[in-house]
Ligand binder design. Structure first.
Ligand SMILES: [Zn+2]
Length: 111
């Protein structure tokens, strides 16, 4: 195993470090922060991330082109980069709202 200068094998990269190498990750996180500020009605974190209602066209698909084995930037081609980015984005999403499609937010109140 050779040691790269940018990502030491023993230390997982921080999300900020990854975002510095791949600006697309920072833009993705900006979108997540905007969702936190103003989540749409019946927001579903699972649908937004995994793209259940859009045939997989969720944040996860975009993320996988930015970090991990399909990353455009060779410095982010690693399972650590993928794991860090995956959990950072998923954890930053707002919670599911009532009436969301996965059901985690509970049932919408009848109006
Ligand atoms: Zn949900």
């Amino acid at each position: 195993m050779s040691t790269t200068a940018t990502l030491a094998p023993a230390a997982r990269p921080s999300f900020d470090r990854l975002a510095a190498l791949e600006p697309g990750l920072g833009r993705l996180m900006d979108e997540v922060r905007a969702l936190r500020r103003d989540p749409p009605p019946a927001f579903c974190a699972m649908d937004t991330f995994f793209g259940y209602s859009t045939r997989g066209d969720g944040l996860k698909r975009r993320l996988s082109r930015l970090a991990g084995w399909q990353a455009a930037n060779p410095e982010l081609i690693s399972s650590d980069a993928y794991d860090v980015a995956y959990h950072a984005v998923l954890n930053a999403l707002p919670a599911c709202a009532a009436g969301c499609m996965c059901g985690a937010g509970g049932r919408a109140e009848a109006s």
